[in-house]
Ligand binder design. Sequence first.
Ligand code: ZN
Length: 324
Amino acid sequence: MSNLSLILPDGNTLEIEQGQPYAEAVRQISEGLLRNALAVTIDGVHHPLDEAATVGGNMHIITKNSDEGLETLRHSTAHLLAWAVQDLFPGVKFAFGPSIEGGFYYDFDREEPFSQEELAKIEKRMLELAKNKEGIKRETVSHDEAREMFKDQPYKLAQIEDLKGEELSIYRMGEFTDFCEGPHIPDTKDLKAFKLTSVSAAHWVKDPNAPMLQRIYGTAFFKKKDLTAHLEMLEEAKKRDHRKLGRELDLFGITEDAGPGLSLWYPRGDLLREQVINYWKEVHRKRGYKTVTTPHISQADLWVTSGHMEFYKDDMYIFNQDDK
Ligand SMILES: [Zn+2]
């Protein structure tokens, strides 16, 4: 067997035999690191720790105690969600299931939205399925093989068509197989502190003419106490929601005459707004800043120079000066 070289971020190189699991390379660094490791990335391609090594290159280790590790856990929970949905609602079509800030979601093609009772049922099934400590395994397939495997899944087929490259990666978790680049956690044993939080309707790849999909949102943590703290924080945030407080304290309102999202400040709200602005200015001046006031609208060229146009173009109102 020939040896494979794995280059670490600090420039040091490790050697493992071809066919040994990538975990072996992590173990060479330390047993503690291996306990904390979730997956490895070799030259930008994610691999499970127990995968028999076939390639060497620049190695990055994804660990539990990092943002990337938490995202990996949450995305893996999205796979578990899809597995439970496949199990409970055969025939549902699958779109995407990424991790997002604060959690994850998965989009399903199904006529009716998922009810709260169904969410509870799915969550229960997820816990049952995860208990068996199913490995999350990666395989590579050709475009033809992928098309055959996902022939009943139109959204996966569309995704396959968009991808170049000879090899496509699929991940198996129990009876659920997803077309995915990873990374994932090694097995389902760490999938126990999660919660399905809400549902909404979403368009396929944000195309307003595309069919509506049913999105299930959730969140996940490595530890139950972190999940509990997060859910408590969400409850506390709800009490402080500006839409709730604005109404209850008579601070501001939104009318159709002015337009959606455009707030009209009432006397109490305007007083509060003024104080916040004064405080903000005072703090800045104390620290040596000077303030200026600029127009709310300007020639587009100015926003090109400032860089706003490049980043916020989709959220800016752009109109021709001569337009009525
Ligand atoms: Zn995945």
